[in-house]
Design a binder for this molecule. Structure first.
Ligand SMILES: [Fe+2]
Length: 384
């Protein structure tokens, strides 16, 4: 076996009612809390549980809900500035990837008050205030990764910050997923699966990280039947709670495992290529990855890679790549016509191919021709 390193310092607690059960963790982290989350109509159960715990301990808190999707450097700078006088001891990120990613960047700025947003991308040595991550979607795995991706207005792109900020604690309760709308559920499930698949294929994968991905594939396979049933039943597609709790727990586990894997290896071409679609066509992250993943998996030529893809697909519960591709397509609940023109696709491929580091973990020789083929087959040929 090849040498490998596996580092995952976040302490994970998983289970129903875990926030209240592990309330002492909040008290251990300090006297003042800054909560980064979002607003929703109706109950925000995770936020209600957290604030109940903080109030029980008499821990003052401030709640920030102004974090947009794909948060910008300016947004995290403003959120940090707002809390500077309050001087929190720790940060609680509640939500999908955007609030938890923002919590990490805000934690860095608050721990280093003399630094500006631009420093986030240049100084990897910066530390953060302690962070508790509480996911309310099942896609990013941000509660256990060191990544924080921000939108850089100055460079017209998304970029991960330089410091590697792992949350101190991750508290995962699948009850918070119960009312997740179906479209968001599909997008996040695809994102989680892509983290596992891209990590599994990556040259940075190890015996251990691939074994963990296989556990993720197995849990995903246990959800496929139920996901097909929901997508095929108009009553369930519009239900407030389309999935039973047992399936939501499995969705959450796939996302957690995707986070474990992703933080060891990073992602591969589909994630990198998806950014152009999210940035230019406003396609949600998971759906953008889902558009590309099947055609990506078809480009492998070397027998060991073809065999690895085949094994992954079968472990996920599919007969073959066509079966997988059809299922992923059925989950892409895309709104409106986003289809790029051939000229736009050419431009995306050209720009991507110039960033050679994007190919570093792809296990076969590849360049603009492969990228163009994946984009074209995914976005033009297949969707006509
Ligand atoms: Fe992702």
């Amino acid at each position: 076996m090849d040498q490998f390193r596996y580092y995952m310092p976040t302490e994970v607690f998983f289970g129903k009612g875990i926030v209240k059960e592990k309330k002492e963790l909040f008290r251990q982290l300090g006297q003042r809390a800054y909560i980064i989350t979002y607003t929703i109509p109706g109950h925000h159960y995770a936020l209600e549980d957290v604030t109940a715990v903080l109030e029980e301990f008499g821990i003052p808190y401030v709640v920030e809900t102004g974090i947009e999707e794909n948060p910008s450097t300016e947004t995290v700078e403003q959120a940090a500035a707002k809390a500077r006088d309050f001087a929190p001891d720790f940060i609680i990120g509640i939500g999908g990837g955007s609030p938890i990613d923002a919590a990490k960047a805000i934690g860095v700025l608050l721990a280093n008050p003399d630094r500006k947003g631009g420093d986030l991308f240049t100084d990897g040595s910066l530390q953060s205030l302690p962070i508790i991550g509480i996911p309310t979607t099942a896609g990013t795995g941000a509660e256990v990764t060191h990544f924080s991706v921000l939108t850089r207005g100055d460079k017209d792109t998304k970029q991960a910050i330089a410091p590697r900020i792992f949350p101190r604690y991750a508290l995962l309760d699948a009850a918070y997923l119960m009312e997740m709308p179906l479209r968001l559920s599909c997008a996040t499930s695809i994102d989680a699966l892509c983290h596992c698949l891209e990590s599994y294929i990556s040259t940075a994968g190890s015996e251990l990280s691939r074994a963990i991905c296989e556990i993720g594939f197995n849990y995903f396979s246990q959800c496929v039947g139920e996901m097909r049933a929901v997508l095929g039943d108009p009553q369930r597609t519009t239900s407030k709670t389309p999935y039973p709790f047992e399936i939501r727990e499995k969705h959450m586990l796939v996302s957690l495992i995707g986070g474990f894997a992703n933080t060891q290896t990073g992602t591969c071409l589909p994630h990198g290529m998806s950014y152009a679609l999210t940035h230019n066509k406003h396609i949600p992250h998971g759906l953008a990855c889902g558009l590309l993943i099947a055609e990506y998996l078809k480009i492998f030529k070397q027998p060991e890679n073809v065999a690895r893809v085949d094994r992954a697909i079968k472990l996920c519960g599919f007969r073959d790549l066509e079966d997988f591709s059809e299922f992923i397509d059925s989950m892409l609940l895309l709104k409106g016509d986003f289809t790029p023109t051939p000229e736009e696709i050419e431009a995306y491929a050209e720009e991507f191919a110039q960033q050679r580091h994007r190919f570093a973990r792809h296990p076969e020789p590849a360049g603009k021709a492969e990228v163009l083929r994946i984009y074209t087959n995914s976005l033009l040929n297949k969707r006509r």
